[in-house]
Design a protein around this ligand. Sequence first.
Ligand code: PGA
Length: 260
Amino acid sequence: MEVVIYRTYEEMSQAAAREIAEVLYAKPNAVLGMATGSTPLGVYRELVRMHKEEGLDFSQVTTFNLDEYVGLSPRHDQSYHYFMHENFFKHVNIPPQHIYIPSGTTNNYKAFCEWYERRIKECGGIDVQILGIGSDGHIAFNEPGSSLMSRTRLKTLARQTIDDNARFFKKREDVPIYAITMGVGTILEARHCLLLANGKKKAQAIAQAVEGPVTAMITASALHLHPSVMVYVDEEAASELKMREYYRWIQENKPGAPRS
Ligand code: PGA
């Protein structure tokens, strides 16, 4: 796990977008794992800018989203289908048939989840998985206590997640209580993971995920079991990291970096 601290959310987002663009330059038909929420919005904005201004091409890209609320149709303005379309897909040139998002409206969740797992494998596996972190330490909707080997499944949301996400709905009772989510085990099979966090509200979760023990109570901590993870945070999200000076020191002294 490599931690990089950026001065601002914009710098963090631009760096993450650059990293994804590098993957696409090397492998134009890469499979990207997408996340929703407020955290990755800056990355999507920057990728859209690169597409429009620099010709970054998504025509061969395939995407798999991490999760979706159960019970919301793709047209509901708080569904993750809608979020992805509005904030990313409608601005770039990914063929619609290459876009996969868990269904919130299937009548056979078990079969759907098995199919979703199978499609990821058939498409060659996820090359880069973008991840946010919940204030309870979750990745995707893998709430505290989720098995670190879990696969795509129906999950009951934690009260804290419902409270956190209530800001997007008219009232708290409108927040769905179930979601379909990739499992921790599914995420750990991505070739590379990019965990992003910004703001003071994420500082504790980031400290627990990065410097605490690996535990199912903080599912982001499972990323320590993965060999290729970058953690991009802004100053506020980094504020409770005990070793932050060391992380800065590592960045300043990367092998090959000029010595001042
Ligand atoms: P946020 O959500 O980006 O809206 O803070 C992150 C998450 O819950 O995974």
